[in-house]
Design a protein around this ligand. Structure first.
Ligand SMILES: Nc1ncnc2c1ncn2[C@@H]1O[C@H](COP(=O)(O)OP(=O)(O)O)[C@@H](O)[C@H]1O
Ligand SMILES: [Mg+2]
Length: 309
């Protein structure tokens, strides 16, 4: 499969007029996104997400390193037709209606006549704004604005959509509407580069993520890899008190209130250690289950860990 986004040792340093110290907005960032993926680009405020996106779009030049989009260097004019971008705080012509805005953008892309009409109708239906198409944007809610923004970003039928924090500041209903919309895009085979600090959204829609902190890549991988890594829950019975005391040394949590003892450990090797301890003494292992963490737990743990250094 083709590569949708790639960066190699990407670095951007800003020199503030007011400060002596330069700001490393992005430091030595190397990531790769395959076509068809919904890629979560995560990090707290100031992590360097928007700067990276601007470099990918050719709006900002990197200090060093390189970036490619759809196998072409970032900023390539021809590839711009195949990508689309919804900024963090989109600007809308709020005296226009939803249908007028889409009409305007379709014309910019040279779509005309019957093709334009059917494309606009289709987009309004995809984002659930067909009923409200004649309302002015000044009367749209924040969630509706974000949805018309996504519709606008889809006008040119892009291969790759770059969404910068599309759910920030939305209420829970609007959140889940945007989430459903991204899932629809995934089913259509679009590639989505989704910057966010809304972890539950990312957990529900993304296949892979990169976690950024202060411009540096902290972790990247598939959600399964990252969230299933490590923790196991073991259930066992026929354990005496001495054994339970010994197990406390290798476990992160133990519940011995009933006959069935629940032991939680932090990695696969500890699972083996627990088995080796229990088996020779006549204890019985009932089940061993990998535990899935939430992305929120992982994120908080990682960011805390690196900020301690
Ligand atoms: N044009 C700029 N001039 C100076 N500093 C900037 C500029 N743009 C971003 N920064 C700084 O770079 C860092 C990363 O910002 P940004 O990419 O916007 O992060 P995020 O989108 O993850 O919140 C921040 O410290 C920010 O203040
Ligand atoms: Mg940002």
């Amino acid at each position: 499969m083709a590569i949708a986004v790639k960066t190699e040792h990407l670095t951007k340093t800003f020199q503030h007029i007011m400060h002596k110290e330069p700001v490393n907005a992005v430091s030595d960032l190397s990531i790769e996104v395959q076509e068809g993926e919904i890629f979560g680009f995560l990090g707290p405020n100031g992590a360097g997400k928007t700067t990276t996106i601007k470099i990918l779009l050719g709006l900002v030049y990197p200090t060093s390193g390189q970036a490619w989009i759809l196998d072409k260097p970032a900023g390539d004019i021809e590839t711009k037709r195949q990508i689309s971008y919804l900024p963090e705080t989109p600007y809308f012509y709020d005296y226009m209606s939803g249908i007028e805005v889409l009409d305007f953008y379709a014309s910019l892309f040279g779509i005309d006549g019957a093709k334009k009409r059917s494309r606009i109708e289709e987009l309004l239906k995809i984002v659930g704004l067909y009923q409200d198409r004649h309302k002015r944007l000044s009367q749209y809610s924040k969630g509706m604005l974000q949805r018309i923004g996504i519709a606008q970003a889809l006008v040119n039928d892009p291969k790759l959509l770059i969404l910068d924090e599309p759910t920030t500041g939305l209420d829970p209903i609007a959140h889940s509407e945007i989430r459903d919309l991204i899932l629809k895009l995934r089913d259509e085979g679009k590639t989505v580069f989704l910057s966010s600090h809304q972890l539950s959204d990312v957990e529900m829609v993304c296949n892979r993520v990169a976690i950024l902190n202060r411009g540096t890549l902290i972790k990247t991988g598939s959600l399964d890899e990252l969230l299933l890594a490590g923790q196991f829950k073991i259930e066992a019975e026929n354990l005496d008190k001495a054994m339970i005391e010994k197990l406390k040394e290798v476990s992160t949590y133990i519940d011995s209130k009933s006959n069935v003892v629940i032991i939680e450990v932090a990695d696969g090797e500890k699972v083996n250690a627990v088995i080796d301890m229990i088996r020779p003494t006549g204890g019985r292992i009932i089940s061993i289950l990998p535990q899935r963490r939430s992305l929120e737990d992982l994120f908080v743990e990682i960011i805390r860990e690196v900020n301690k250094k």
